[in-house]
Design a protein around this ligand. Structure first.
Ligand code: IMP
Length: 425
């Protein structure tokens, strides 16, 4: 197996960072293909925690190469902060980290637009990460976006910034903000352009060459399938294709090159930001999951909403992504609960439905129908193989596999690299 894609099957924060980090051992090239600095991939090893928002976590494996592909909303400020942090921790980046010259650039005006658009939505706000992601992709679709390759062409950059200023300044000044300061923005981003030269590449041929040479490639998804702009709980989504659908458009690699898709599912559900969440548990169950699972955003620090695992949603997202095998994360967090629930269908207007609905009105009124499992009281964080787990835990795992019709290949029981059980090896 040489080409694998890792995707989140819920609303993000499934624990992909740790899984990609574990998988990175086996791959030579790791490619980030969606989202931007809205993501927060947390990796823990040797007692140290790393949170990367933009650079693939594969960079923490010396000798591996990493790519930020053209579908990523590229924020140079975050990029250089992360590069600085990596250098300070002894990680080399030059010669093994590459940024697509076609990636769209996030500017400070995108972050300001993000806040203004959220404010204008009032109670219907999306709950974005305020990283300027939506406005950056909106500019891309409106054909006024600035790409990484433009940062090294001062005249082009000057022209594009003045086009953007002409389009956006009326809004800014009418809302009491200063107009875009074109000269200082030009200077700052042209400087980023100069500093990006060692990293900037046409990345498609780099990936294609790796594939032609039979080298292994890992596509690292960001966010989750329910936040996908096309398939997620629109409009409470992010602005990119977060799953397998994003690989091809974002990297220029045909989808048929992907040998295997791993779907990452947390043992319960969380959501940061607004929008319907059928299995949400605002009471003591939600509190248990939030506290024990440390469910606070890696990017914004916001508390995450928590609830039971929703298999109606996971069946849907696994199908969209053609998932071959599952990784179940944070199983230890369920420990200590008397019983564990899993939604298997929804009741809607007296009818049972098993398809994840498009309409948010429907999704916010459905009543989940639950399968109930015995909980376990033992601490399972030290388990290293299936036989170390209590009988009720194994029963729960096997039932999930059966209900989803997909094997579980990996189980994660804590944040460190060692707290992992591989079932298919
Ligand atoms: P945006 O991507 O900042 O525009 O935010 C849109 C929605 O996606 C909001 O509900 C965010 O909370 C959510 N979101 C974006 N990135 C992540 C992530 O990495 N994990 C979880 N939720 C995210």
């Amino acid at each position: 197996m040489t080409v694998e894609c890792v995707v989140g099957l819920q609303w993000g924060d499934e624990g992909k960072g740790k899984i990609v980090d574990a998988l990175a051992e086996k791959f030579e090239l790791i490619v980030r293909f969606a989202g931007g600095a809205n993501a927060g991939h947390t990796v823990v090893f040797d007692g140290q925690q790393f949170i990367l928002h933009l650079i693939p976590t594969g960079i923490l494996h010396p000798g591996k190469s990493c790519i930020i592909a053209n579908g990523v909303a590229f924020d140079p400020e975050t990029f250089f902060l992360e590069v600085k942090g990596l250098h300070a921790s002894g990680y080399e980046t030059e010669g093994r980290l590459f940024v697509s010259d076609r990636a769209h650039v996030v500017f400070p005006y995108h972050k300001r637009l993000d806040l203004l658009r959220e404010k204008a939505r009032g109670a219907g706000k999306i709950g974005t990460t305020a990283r300027g992601i939506g406005p950056c992709y909106a500019d891309k679709a409106s054909r006024i976006g600035v790409r990484v390759c433009d940062l090294v062409e001062p005249e082009t950059l000057r022209h594009m910034l003045s086009q953007n200023a002409a389009q956006k300044n009326d809004l800014f000044t009418s809302q009491g903000f200063a107009a875009i300061d074109e000269p200082s923005l030009l200077e700052k981003f042209a400087d980023f352009g100069k500093r990006l030269k060692p990293y900037m590449r046409e990345t498609r041929p780099l990936i294609a060459d790796a594939l032609n040479e039979g080298r292994s490639v890992l596509f690292e998804g960001a966010q989750g399938a329910l936040l996908d702009i096309d398939h997620g709980t629109y409009p409470y989504v992010t602005s990119s294709n977060t799953g397998l659908d994003g690989v091809s458009s974002s990297t220029g690699v045909p989808l048929r090159k992907v040998d295997r898709v791993s779907g990452v599912v947390k043992s319960y559900c969380t959501r940061v930001g607004d929008g319907p969440f059928p299995t949400e548990q605002p009471g003591p169950i939600g509190e248990h999951l939030q506290q024990k699972g440390g469910e606070f955003g890696a990017t914004t620090g916001r508390p995450r909403r928590c609830g039971w695992l929703d298999l109606v949603a996971v069946r849907y997202t696994a199908a969209i992504n053609g998932v071959d095998a599952l990784t179940l994360t944070k199983l230890d967090v369920l420990g200590g609960l008397e019983e564990i629930r899993v939604a298997t269908s929804y009741e809607c207007g007296g009818r049972e439905i098993t398809e994840f609905p498009a309409s948010l009105e429907v999704l916010s009124t459905v009543k989940p129908k639950y399968e109930v499992f015995d909980g376990w009281q033992d601490d399972i964080t030290g388990a290293r193989e299936l036989g170390d787990l209590p009988g009720s835990t194994v029963k729960y795992l096997r039932a999930l596999e059966e209900m989803l019709g997909i094997p579980i290949a990996v189980v994660s029981l804590g944040s460190s690299r060692e707290q992992t059980i591989y079932l298919d090896s």
